[in-house]
Design a protein around this ligand. Structure first.
Ligand code: ADP
Length: 883
């Protein structure tokens, strides 16, 4: 030790000499060669070192310290000499140092000799300084141990390293950001992430473990290796699946905390340690990727050198985990949105409606396939504004105005319009609806519209309306030509642009009864054309053919020869062509199987093309029209027959009555003895026969009077001769006239007419009414009492005749008041079925009513109600009712 010290001392002296002003000389002499080196005081050299150099001897005391110690440790070199080496060590390290030093002295072996290590040193002011220590051992002469420690200030380097590390972490974060920004999917992003972080933070391999939510396992989505040599690790990782808590990835997932292993090759927890060991991979670091509270993935990195994570790495990876988690959440949301969009588009493509989307300004951006198929307009064409071509010219303005209004006010759009079908050029009705799609702030992003085919619905609505109108028209008139003209007016525009109706007229061409069009000037033009080119047998029209064959003619598309066949010359043909007929249907008008006319329906301006369904509608219309015409004809014929019958009845009853009056007079005069002899001269037998003749003549007169009343009533020539009279008195009077008949029928007449009921009536007609009712009561209730009652009720007079006879079934009670209607077989009961009809006619003429209450077997009650005042005129409405 001493010798060694001397050496240094000697050199120090040399150094001191140099310091005393010989530096110049020494430096001058530097260039002169080896002798200079031999003469050099090495302490002088050591003092120029930036690193602190300290030498200690075998007793662990400092024997030398260079000038740099002052700056690094706060001690000057000479201050330190003689102090224990531990002076410059933090307290906690002194024991370990002492042990190491002792071992070295004893064995000559030192663990840390030769290799620089990073340790803290103790500054004179008590602070610790990060230094890099390099120890060298010298053996001077035999026993001297000299340990030279070189201490390098690491403070700057540590700072630099920290900065580098920070840079690396920033780089890692940046590469993550970039990877995430430019990736649309996790599959695309994961490899970039691994590579970015791995390269930035000097890892050698990495695995992206994704949580499979369905199977609750962790699966490798992607693996990255810095060099191809580690491919086996990547492959092995890709095949691995972890349960929660299993291995390092599973534990990171379960704990949601970063995990590391200093050496996976030795780590029991590490399933791939054999492969890792084989490839020289040791350090591992894993961190969770979270969105919210959930771990969505785990990222694992491994490196060749064992590593302890520092605070920076933990912080950085926590941030990365959050960033990547957000990315995962974003792409998940995007995927869901895409799926929704995809679904919407798919839906839009398959539904039978047109679907269209416009921008906020209302400009078309998207149309679905249905639209392009139907309109024949491509997506691009439609977007260029040519969608307008698909809309019926008559609807276009309405559609445009409505749309403008909707877009400017932001209100839903809803209207009906016709779209042209490209395949056949026909127009169909659509319900067009659109609604704005708004963002959270309420401003419109897009408009989404649909157009639904409502042609069939509209047609059936139209059809319901049409047939309702048709029923009205067909039932409105019994003049069949008028009816047919109404039918033609109904057809346009419901089912045709043009309609013409033809009726057969003799053996030649049919007569055009009517031609209609929505535009009257066109009708005029058509009539003039018909006049100019009257039908000619050489050019039979469709109507002529149809009347002849009784079969319809149907041209969905009018062929050229159709017009050519009808046209008489080139000018006529041009005129017909000018109409622009598209579709034509001609159907026969039939009555009881025979065609007597034809209806021609044609489309032109509407662009409508007739289908088989339209032919059926046309045929139905023609059939109904044919029936209506037939009914009208039959009705007219029946009316005529009735008129002839009534005329006959009128003449016949007059003629029949003529001989009756003198016959009755003669019989009565014989009975009165007015023939010259006295009544006693007539034998009782003859008198009886004469009385029978007289009764039968009276009866015949009544019957004939009834017949006469028919013609009076139907001719409206039933005159009333009203005077003030008492109904009660009249009832008693008429009742007494019936005494004989009552007696013969075995009926008791009970009259209940206690007080006068006075009104202004025709006496003979009231007599007729009561006689009719009494006669029926006798006829249908012989042997049973008959009650007659007269009363005032609510200001009206009431005459009630009640019998206890056979009664009347409810279903017959209304019709027995009609002409010639009877509810009993002729075989059992005589009569014309006129009595009640005449009764009703008279009662109604007097402004009253007659009704019956009855049930079979329980008798009948006829009630006549009469106002007491004379009728104001003959037009008082009938008020009869049946109960
Ligand atoms: P008729 O001359 O046939 O009696 P009416 O017009 O007087 O003609 O009567 C029409 C029908 O009403 C009769 O045929 C009979 O069926 C029915 N009828 C009328 N009065 C009575 C009654 N009192 N009881 C039962 N049936 C009656």
């Amino acid at each position: 030790m001493c010798a060694h010290f001397h050496v240094i001392e000697k050199r120090n002296r040399y150094n001191a000499d140099a310091a005393r002003g010989q530096t110049q000389d020494a430096s001058l002499r530097l260039g002169t060669g080896v002798e200079v080196a031999a003469e050099l005081d090495y302490r002088l050299v050591l003092d120029t070192f930036a690193d602190a150099v300290i030498a200690s001897d075998g007793t662990d005391h400092i024997v030398y310290a260079n000038a740099a110690c002052q700056k690094l440790l706060g001690w000057s070199g000479p201050d330190l000499v003689g102090m224990p080496l531990t002076t410059i060590m933090p307290q906690r390290m002194r024991a370990a140092h002492a042990a190491g030093f002792r071992r070295y002295i004893e064995t000559g072996r030192g663990k840390i000799i030769g290799a620089p290590i990073r340790v803290p040193a103790l500054h004179r002011d008590g602070t610790e300084i990060d230094i890099e220590l390099t120890l060298s051992a010298l053996r001077i002469e035999d026993a001297e141990h000299l340990i030279v420690a070189s201490l390098r200030d690491l403070r700057q380097r540590v700072e630099l390293e920290r900065q580098i590390l920070t840079q690396k972490h920033l780089r890692a974060q940046n590469s993550v950001l970039l990877a995430l920004m430019h990736s649309k999917s996790l599959q695309e992003g994961a490899p970039k992430l691994l590579q970015g972080i791995g390269q930035a933070l000097d890892w050698d391999a990495g695995v992206f473990w994704l949580v499979d939510e369905q199977s609750t396992t962790l699966r490798a989505l992607s693996a990255w290796v810095a060099s191809e040599a580690d491919e086996a690790f990547a492959r092995a990782s890709m095949e691995r699946v972890f349960q929660p808590g299993e291995g390092l990835p599973g534990s990171t997932w379960a704990s949601a905390k970063p995990m590391w292993s200093a050496d996976v090759a030795e780590d029991e927890r590490y399933g791939r340690r054999a492969i890792a060991a084989g490839e020289g991979l040791h350090g591992a670091f894993l961190f969770p990727v979270r969105s919210g509270d959930r771990v969505r993935a785990v990222i694992e990195f491994v490196s060749r050198i064992p590593r302890e994570p520092d605070q920076d790495l933990l912080l950085t990876t926590e941030n990365l985990g959050i960033q990547i988690g957000q990315f995962l959440a974003r792409i998940k949301a995007e995927a869901e949105l895409r799926a929704t969009e995809q679904r919407s588009i798919l839906l839009a493509e398959v539904i039978p409606q047109f679907v269209w989307v416009t921008n906020a300004a209302g400009e078309l951006e998207y149309v679905n396939r249905r639209w392009t198929e139907y309109t024949g307009l491509g997506v691009e064409e439609s977007r260029r504004g040519e969608w307008r071509k698909a809309i019926h010219p008559e609807d276009l303005e309405r559609v445009r105005d409505g749309w403008r209004e909707a877009v400017s006010t932001g209100t839903a759009y809803d209207l009906q319009a016709r779209y042209r079908r490209a395949s056949d050029g026909t127009y169909r009705w659509y319900l067009v609806q659109a609604a704005p799609l708004r963002d959270e702030s309420g401003s419109i992003l897009q408009w989404v519209g649909t157009s639904t085919d409502i042609e069939d619905q509209k047609r059936s609505e139209d059809a319901v309306r049409f047939w309702a109108d048709a029923s009205t028209v067909l039932g409105a008139s019994l003049d069949y030509e008028e009816t047919l003209k109404s039918v033609a007016n109904l057809a346009v525009p419901h089912i045709a642009d043009w309609c013409a109706i033809y009726l057969e007229s003799g053996p030649g061409p049919a007569r055009q009864l009517v031609v209609t069009h929505a535009d009257p000037s066109k009708v005029e033009w058509a009539k003039q054309l018909e006049q100019k080119y009257p039908p000619h047998p050489s050019t039979p029209r469709a109507a002529d053919n149809v009347i002849r064959t009784g079969k319809p003619e149907f041209y969905p598309d009018v062929p050229d020869e159709f017009l050519a066949r009808t046209a008489r010359d080139a000018e006529h043909l041009r005129a017909l062509q000018g109409v622009g007929v598209k579709s034509v249907i001609t159907v026969p008008l039939k009555a009881r199987g025979r065609a007597f006319g034809a209806i021609t329906l044609a489309t032109a301006e509407s662009g409508r093309r007739y289908s088989a369904a339209d032919l059926a509608v046309a045929q139905e219309l023609a059939d109904r029209s044919g029936h209506a015409v037939d009914n009208a004809r039959l009705y007219n014929e029946a009316q005529e027959a009735i008129r002839v019958r009534d005329d006959f009845l009128s003449i016949a009853s007059h003629e029949l009555k003529t001989p009756l009056t003198p016959l009755q007079l003669h019989v009565q005069s014989i009975l009165r003895g007015a023939w010259g002899g006295s009544p006693e001269q007539i034998s009782p037998k003859l008198a009886g026969k004469l009385e029978t003749i007289d009764r039968q003549v009276s009866r015949m007169e009544k019957l004939i009077n009834g017949l006469l009343d028919i013609s009076r009533i139907t001719n409206k020539s039933l005159d009333l001769d009203c005077e003030e009279l008492d109904l009660s008195a009249l009832v008693k009077d008429v009742g007494s006239q019936f005494n004989e008949q009552l007696a013969r029928a075995g009926c008791l007449l009970v009259t209940d007419a206690p007080s006068p009921v006075v009104g202004c009536w025709d006496k003979l007609r009231l007599d007729q009414i009561l006689s009719n009712l009494l006669a029926n009561a006798l006829k249908f209730g012989p042997g049973k009492p008959i009650e007659v009652r007269v009363e005032m009720l609510n200001g009206d007079a009431r005459l009630i005749v009640r019998d206890h006879g056979i009664g009347i079934a409810p279903e017959d009670q209304a019709r027995i008041f009609e002409r010639f209607e009877r509810a009993v077989p002729t075989k059992h009961y005589g009569g014309f079925g006129l009595g009640l009809w005449i009764t009703r006619q008279i009662v109604e003429r007097l402004g009253g009513s007659v009704r019956v209450q009855s049930s079979p077997g329980a008798g009948s009650t006829f009630t006549v109600t009469l106002p007491t005042a004379a009728p104001a005129d003959d037009e008082r409405p009938p008020t009869s009712a049946v109960h």
